[in-house]
Write a protein that binds this ligand. Sequence first.
Ligand SMILES: [Ca+2]
Ligand SMILES: [Ca+2]
Length: 219
Amino acid sequence: TMWKLLSCSLCLFVSSQFGFCSVWTSGSDPDGEVKVEVVFKPEECVRKSKKGDLVNAHYDGFLAKDGSQFYCSRTDKDGHPQWFVLGVGQVLKGLDVGMMGMCAGEKRKVTIPSALAFGEKGKGPVPPNATVVFEVEVLSVSRGPRSMEAFGQIDQDKDRSLSKAEVKNRLKLDYEKDGKPRDDPFYEKIINDIFRKSDHDRDGLISAKEYNIYEHDEL
Ligand SMILES: [Ca+2]
Ligand SMILES: [Ca+2]
């Protein structure tokens, strides 16, 4: 169980924390395409995921060659689905690509070449140069911290940095606008995740510089 837990977190955060995905994404592999198969699409599909959105999803990972499972979000971590910002390197490159345009409730099978997954070295139970398949189910899609139209709109007191309270107000507005208000622990969880990834100097505020650490080419 310990190892499975470990592989879960590695799988999710491998590109941001170990930084080795970016090494393999030069695109020289002719077979290096992410293949997407839509398994289920809900009738109501209003908001489709795009770069910078905050996504909540389950994804189970399998080796393409023999179908053996190496990751497990439904059974590990008490079965909690994962939160991440799409398209900014918080998950495997191939998932960033293969989970674009999904709506809440949608299920996909995403096949990812090794170059956009665990590369030449592999990782834990994933051997070198392995093509991997993820069965993905998106539970919610909302406007994430990085796709917000402007830093300035979240920064209510205009001090050029975002406090947790300011980020929380924005999240609340977004969820209420979608007709899905949530309770405080729900927001706390997202906010802690956002600050863990963005507040690099750990002063409890996201500065404009920290906010702009990623390119926002779709804004
Ligand atoms: Ca502020
Ligand atoms: Ca900071």
